[in-house]
Design a protein around this ligand. Structure first.
Ligand SMILES: Nc1ncnc2c1ncn2[C@@H]1O[C@H](COP(=O)(O)OP(=O)(O)OP(=O)(O)O)[C@@H](O)[C@H]1O
Ligand SMILES: [Mg+2]
Length: 481
């Protein structure tokens, strides 16, 4: 398995929600237009933005999952971290898209990203186990852990903590954020649930989602008043897959190396982030507690915006990224500019009265496209060493084979070289191939000439027959007369 690095940009999708009944009744016009078969959206007449994906009003939840998220779950099985976060104005459809709302009446096709991802994850686990058994290999072992946090008024709260007092006014917790030596971010003091089956995970999610802080504002009857981060940790111990067989000529070597059943441990974490919406207090009508929440939400999002600008702005050559300005940016540090494949879904409203907010969201999303992450396989140190040693052994075996077959030689002075016979053989083989091509071409000419001869012979026979027929009629006429 390769542990090489690979640069990967943050991918950005835009989703336009349908107009709500209220907007239709109040006579709002649609001010967004998606260019057909292009990931481009026009806001008003002249403001065009291009993204990695654009999902128009009628797009379905499944489409979004398949195009943006499915591959990320598959990547987790190869040891890659992933993050998907929904950003946008309040009421723009973030919670709906992420599926964090857990509405009891929801239809299956309306399920959002998180329930679909959970289903997919457990399906993949079963498939991987079956595939290994079919090949006669020991099945891989999986451990799935989940955490569910909310960031409310700059405080990290644990949504899986059943003992916490949901209604307490001063929500406090002892959760701490730490950074490991490789720059990975982790939390201490958070409930971690080990979940073995899909139904149990769904149940945990529902309970967590229900204790999330929501409230009604003028712009969204069930507005998320906190940022929610749901995290799945996947740990997999499996038999090392066979080495890349490119450039290997001797199948025996490949077979020998795959017979050594070594195990590797791969880990991956998948963050699902449903941010609270950016809002203007005038429009949400927030006062008192709601206003305090709104201000805190906007502060977190402002800090996120600054991090995105710092990471995405190539021209300024920014050296300092202000991750520590808010807990939100600190928690998302390795998803932005770190080791994670990241998708940002910018949710927007199509209505003209939200024009300014939509424009801001699109500008924000556009900056995120410039962010480059360093995506690496999370493989444990022992497995990394084993992989390196295995490729070294294969390389040496190949070299030894070359000495045995006489391709490589060492002369009296100890200088290594490739045997002349080998070069000559290669040249003869090329010549042989050229001659084969020539023979094939000649054969085609012969076939064409043969067809021509047959055609001429049949024409000639027809002519003789026609002439013989004429002579017969002449004699017959003479005889009759
Ligand atoms: N694609 C969609 N199709 C149908 N209804 C949608 C869609 N997107 C959003 N909605 C509806 O719009 C309303 C607001 O959506 P949602 O609560 O997801 O917004 P939000 O962006 O999470 O807002 P907030 O920031 O206030 O939490 C909900 O009633 C939701 O059902
Ligand atoms: Mg929401």
């Amino acid at each position: 398995m390769s542990t090489g690095q690979d640069e990967s940009s943050v991918r950005v999708a835009v989703r336009i929600r349908p107009q709500l009944a209220k907007e239709k009744i109040e006579g709002c016009h649609i001010c967004t237009l998606v260019t057909p078969s292009e990931p481009q959206v026009f806001l008003g007449k002249d403001k065009a933005f291009t993204f990695d994906y654009v999902f128009d009003i009628e797009s379905q939840q499944e489409e979004i999952y398949l195009q943006c998220i499915e591959k990320l779950i598959e990547g987790c099985f190869e040891g890659y971290n992933a993050t998907v976060f929904a950003y946008g104005q309040t009421g723009a459809g973030k919670t709906y898209t992420m599926g964090t709302g857990f509405d009891v009446n929801i239809m299956e096709d309306e399920q959002g990203i998180i329930p679909r991802a959970v289903k997919h994850l457990y399906k993949c686990i079963e498939e991987k186990k079956h595939a290994a058994i079919k090949q006669g290999l020991p099945p891989p072992e999986f451990k799935v852990n989940a955490q569910f946090l909310e960031l409310y008024n700059e405080e990290i709260l644990d949504l899986f903590d059943s003992t916490r007092d949901i209604d307490s006014k001063n929500k406090k917790s002892n959760i701490k954020i730490h950074e490991d030596s490789a720059g990975g971010i982790y939390t201490v003091g958070v409930t971690t649930r080990t979940v073995n089956v899909e139904a149990e995970m769904m149940q945990c999610l529902k309970l967590g989602a229900l204790s999330r802080t929501t409230a009604s504002t003028q712009m969204n009857v069930q507005s998320s008043r906190s940022h929610a981060i749901f995290t799945i940790h996947l740990c997999q111990t499996r038999v090392c897959p066979p080495l890349d067989a490119d450039n290997m000529t001797d199948n025996r070597i490949i077979m020998e190396s795959s017979q050594l059943s070594e195990f590797e441990t791969l880990t991956a974490k998948f963050h699902f982030v449903d941010l609270a919406g950016s809002e203007r207090l005038k429009r949400t009508g927030a006062t008192g507690e709601r206003a305090k929440e709104g201000i805190s939400i906007n502060c977190g999002l402002l800090a996120l915006g600054n991090v995105i600008s710092a990471l995405g702005d190539k021209s300024k050559k920014v050296t300092h990224v202000p991750y520590r300005d808010s807990k939100l940016t600190r928690l998302l540090q390795d998803s932005l500019g770190g080791n994670s494949q990241t998708v940002m879904i910018a949710c927007i409203s199509p209505s003209d009265r939200d024009f300014m907010e939509t424009l801001n969201t699109l500008k924000y999303a556009n900056r995120a496209r410039n962010i480059k992450n360093k995506v690496m396989v999370n493989q444990d140190r022992a497995s990394q060493q084993i992989s390196a040693l295995r490729s070294e052994i294969t390389r040496l075996q190949l070299e030894l084979m070359e000495y045995k077959t006489g391709k490589r030689i060492i002369d009296e002075e100890g200088v290594e070289s490739i045997n002349d016979m080998f070069h000559e053989n290669a040249m003869l083989q090329t010549e042989n191939n050229n001659l084969r091509v020539r023979i094939k071409a000649m054969q085609e000419t012969i076939d064409a000439l043969r067809a021509r001869i047959t055609q001429l012979a049949s024409d000639q026979a027809n002519q003789i027959l026609a002439r013989a027929g004429n002579v017969y009629f002449y004699h017959l006429n003479c005889y009759m007369s």
